[in-house]
Ligand binder design. Structure first.
Ligand SMILES: O=C(O)c1ccccc1NCC(=O)[C@H](O)[C@H](O)COP(=O)(O)O
Length: 375
């Protein structure tokens, strides 16, 4: 049992953090009948090693079955611990509870009752819960080992941070990350005639340093296919994979598809996950953009070793409210100095992607033409 705990506890991002309320409930109501979520093997018991001493005194290791129920309880304990760690860091976004809403039967009908513990509280939480299930499904189809093999054929990573710096030196303006985004939960469809490659090429002509490509299908109508199409079309701007990362598997996947950088959201990921994922990114040659929204998140992220890029999102992802004074507030003073030292860049989506010529939208944004060959 100890071995299982340490395995899950030392690989935090690969596990979920079940919600306290619903898990408490499921321990009393559901545990005895539910299938195990992810720790246990498909059989009704799992295996752990037991040391057996033979007559001649030599020791051998033999497998002994661990009851599935014990594994569920262990998973619950680890989940509780991870929830508490996240909450202690001010993270309000909960992870999807391992069990769905409890089942109730009335005559021949089956009901799942919704309650605070098993219903997402806001859109970001809904996206994250959806990702938890989506990634679990994708991982089953393409396990990490297979994905690692695919990396051998991936196009080489390009210097995302270098491209931002170069653009800044060339224009004297913050490097621009222009977003290739068809839709968003707050705004709905942004562009009906959405051609990701044409938009990317237009941004490149307009002087964008890098591009951010939405890959989430359900909420943003994006895809990894878009990312691959843009990369394979020969667009030189390095590409940020704009995803909702909950699991290190997604980082390998993004790299396999040709991404040069990936987004990590401080409102979702505890410090240890950010640190661990940043290390994986470095190993794979990806840059990490860590997105923050308030002082608490900035203070956490600044202290994490190896963070090179911090993005300030002026949109509250729980309420959708946009308030540009957030950036102003966060880059002021001593705290702001530490961010300014890392260089300033801007990530813009809606206002330029909606223009008939998105590349020309960049000139409008900066009030001057910053394309590589201005006329
Ligand atoms: O934009 C949303 O509705 C949204 C909802 C929930 C999570 C994330 C969301 N947006 C992602 C972004 O943060 C934006 O794509 C990015 O900041 C660019 O914003 P904009 O320039 O306003 O398009």
């Amino acid at each position: 049992m100890e071995a299982l705990v340490s395995l899950r506890a030392t690989v935090p991002s690969l596990t979920h953090r079940p919600n306290k309320l619903s898990v408490r409930k499921s321990i009393s109501m559901d545990l005895p009948t539910r299938n195990s979520v992810s720790v246990a093997s498909s059989s009704s018991s799992s295996i752990r090693a037991q040391q057996i001493e033979s007559k001649d005194g030599s020791a051998t290791v033999a497998p002994v079955p661990v009851p599935e129920e014990a594994l569920k309880v262990k998973e619950w304990e680890v989940g509780m611990f991870q929830n508490e760690v996240a909450a202690s860091q001010g993270i309000r976004i909960r992870r999807r509870p391992p069990t769905g809403p409890p089942l109730h039967y009335v005559g021949p009908f089956e009901f799942r009752l919704q309650n605070e513990g098993n219903t997402p509280r806001n859109i970001l939480e809904e996206i994250i819960w959806h990702k938890d299930t989506e990634v679990a499904r994708l991982r089953e189809r393409r396990p990490l080992l297979a994905l690692k093999k695919e990396l051998e054929n991936a196009p080489p990573p390009r210097d995302f941070i270098g491209a931002l710096r170069e653009a800044n030196l060339r224009t004297g303006l913050p490097g621009l990350i222009a977003e290739v985004k068809k839709a968003s939960p707050s705004r709905g469809i942004l562009r009906e005639d959405f051609n990701p490659v044409e938009i990317a090429q237009s941004y490149e002509r307009g002087g964008a340093a890098c591009l951010s490509v939405l890959t989430d299908e359900k909420f943003f109508k994006g895809s990894f296919e878009n990312l691959e199409l843009i990369r394979n079309a020969g667009v030189k701007c390095p590409l940020l994979c704009k995803e909702f990362v909950v699991d290190a598997w997604q980082i390998y996947n993004a790299r396999a598809k040709g991404a040069d950088a990936i987004l990590l959201i401080a409102a979702v990921l505890p410090d240890l996950d950010i640190k661990y994922m940043t290390k994986i990114c470095k190993m794979l040659g990806l840059a990490t953009l860590v997105e923050v929204h308030n002082e608490r998140e900035i203070d956490r992220v600044i202290e994490i070793e190896g963070i090179e890029l911090i993005g300030i999102n002026n949109r509250n992802l729980e309420t959708f409210e946009v308030d540009i004074s957030i950036t102003k507030r966060l880059i002021e003073g001593e705290r702001g100095q530490r961010i300014r030292d890392k260089g300033i860049m801007v990530l813009v989506g809606e206002s330029i992607v909606k223009q008939s010529d998105p590349g020309k939208g960049i000139a409008g944004l900066f009030g001057k033409d910053i394309s590589l060959s201005p006329n």
